[in-house]
Design a protein around this ligand. Structure first.
Ligand code: NAD
Length: 440
């Protein structure tokens, strides 16, 4: 018997714990940390906290997609359904190379908090495909979306789980998803299935005002913050990270209030212009070139320089975990309004607050998106088409009300606005669990 076969050299039967990657940002753990902090303020029984600490369903699908080259590529897609106590699961679909289970669990749970906080009768979900959509042609994107929808099958539905756009997806993606779903259900109920997704293009049943809704909500929060702080927004400046749906509309809407965007960044790099960009021209450039790169009316700067640019407002509108200790120390602004989900990490937030920089947390700041998604779902269900003024008016009322509740609670309980927002969301969920009890 050789040494290698001797019992003492046999591999252990106890599975080794995976070695944690010290550089990996554990977004889900961060969200659970906020939940724990909020539970100390809200009245939440332990069993409810246990339920909300995990996602109800974690769906992973593998599906083949025909590429333009004629080859087939096997892709991995996810749909994480965190909670549906208050209504159907609801949340975005993300196409990005970093998509993974834990991040989606974090993002799905945030949808539960947002809907609960805003009083929207939806639960929380998030999904996506681990892929870089910039590397795919339009035909590949369409085939991928249709195959993903088919793979999800009855795990989505207009009364069960309702996707929407997120990073790397848009109104067109939602229309492909809707059309695929509609064509897989019964002939007679086909048109009733339109509201299986929100964030559709207006022509295909989307709501007026949905495309700008997330940013509109961010801007309503900024206006409320300015009123609270007797801060005149006219003539002030902003820096914006991410110039996709949320970032570009934030820049456009801020310009209407007299706030100039003096620096922007996206996946291609960073640009500054002390005179202020024309958001319309920049949007047009991004539409034709795919990024801010090459835009002639600005100077390129590094990521480090971007975070040090003096301005009044910072709107992060890209990805999570963008503001850590270094960025929080560097930021020379008065307010951070979180358009993105989770852009400021806990160390970053601690430093910002210590430095007297206000933070309007994601759960309230970017909830305008799901609020108008809800309006879209209602319109589709009633075969109605609301005009833009009605959508805008309702959104402003809902956002201002939610913002003021969060800030009042924050002052009353002496907790930061993020913990206040989570606690209010938890209070509502706990009340419903208490009334309904746990089946059986
Ligand atoms: P999008 O795909 O339209 O835009 C994302 C932007 O981020 C792009 O400009 C991209 O270039 C940029 N970006 C990507 N990686 C980057 C990096 N490493 N550094 C700097 N910039 C980078 O996505 P979106 O819909 O605007 O979403 C942006 C954020 O807002 C996400 O956190 C999303 O979850 C959140 N959000 C979106 C909505 C919505 O309605 N679309 C609603 C609520 C929250």
């Amino acid at each position: 018997m050789s040494n290698s076969e001797s019992p003492s050299s046999r591999p252990s039967l106890i599975p080794l714990k995976p070695v944690p990657d010290p550089d990996r940002y554990d977004f889900f753990k961060v969200i659970q940390g906020y939940l724990d902090q909020a539970a100390k303020v809200a009245d939440v029984p332990d069993h409810v906290l246990d339920i909300l600490s995990e996602a109800k369903n974690e769906i992973i699908v593998h599906f083949p997609v025909l590429m333009d080259s004629g080859e087939h590529r096997l892709l991995k897609g996810y749909r994480i359904q965190h909670n549906n106590l208050l209504g159907p699961f609801k949340g975005g679909i993300r196409y990005h190379e970093s998509v993974g289970l834990d991040d989606l669990k974090a993002l799905a749970s945030m949808m539960t908090w947002k809907c609960s906080l805003l009083g929207i009768p939806f639960g929380g979900a998030k999904g996506g495909i681990k892929v870089n959509p910039r590397n795919l042609s339009e035909n590949e994107l369409r085939r991928m979306t249709r195959r993903f929808t088919h793979a999800l099958g009855s795990n989505i539905g207009p009364q069960y789980d309702i996707p929407a756009p997120d990073v790397g997806t848009n109104g067109q993606t939602m229309v492909w998803l809707m059309d695929t779903y509609m064509n897989t259900v019964g002939h007679h109920s086909k048109n009733a299935q339109r509201r299986v997704v929100t964030g559709k293009t207006v022509a295909s049943g989307g709501s007026l005002g949905r495309e700008k809704a997330t940013s509109q909500g961010v801007v309503h929060c900024i206006v409320e913050w300015a009123k609270e702080n007797r801060f005149d927004l006219e003539g002030k400046t902003a820096i914006v990270q991410g110039f996709g749906n949320v970032g570009s509309h934030a820049s456009l809407l801020l310009a209407k209030l007299g706030v100039a965007t003096v620096a922007v960044g996206d996946h291609s790099g960073y640009l500054c212009n002390p005179e202020g960009f024309s958001p319309h021209k920049l949007v047009e450039h991004v539409r034709t070139h795919g990024s801010i790169e090459g835009y002639p009316h600005g100077t390129t700067c590094s990521r480090e320089q971007f975070f040090g640019i003096k301005a009044d407002i910072f709107v992060p509108a890209a990805l999570e975990n963008q503001v850590g200790e270094a960025e929080a120390q560097a930021l020379d602004v008065k307010l951070v309004a979180e358009g993105a989900n989770g852009p400021v990490n806990p160390d970053g937030e601690r430093i910002l607050l210590e430095r007297g920089i206000s933070v309007i947390p994601d759960v309230i700041a970017n909830s305008g998106g799901v609020t108008v998604s809800y309006y879209e779902w209602v319109q589709n269900g009633r075969s109605e088409r609301w005009d833009l003024a009605k959508v805008d008016e309702k959104l402003e009322k809902d956002m201002v009300h939610a913002y003021r509740r969060v800030m009042f609670y924050s002052r009353e309980k002496n907790v930061n606005p993020r913990v206040a927002a989570y606690a209010l969301a938890l209070d509502n969920l706990a009340q419903v669990y208490k009334e309904r009890g746990i089946f059986p």
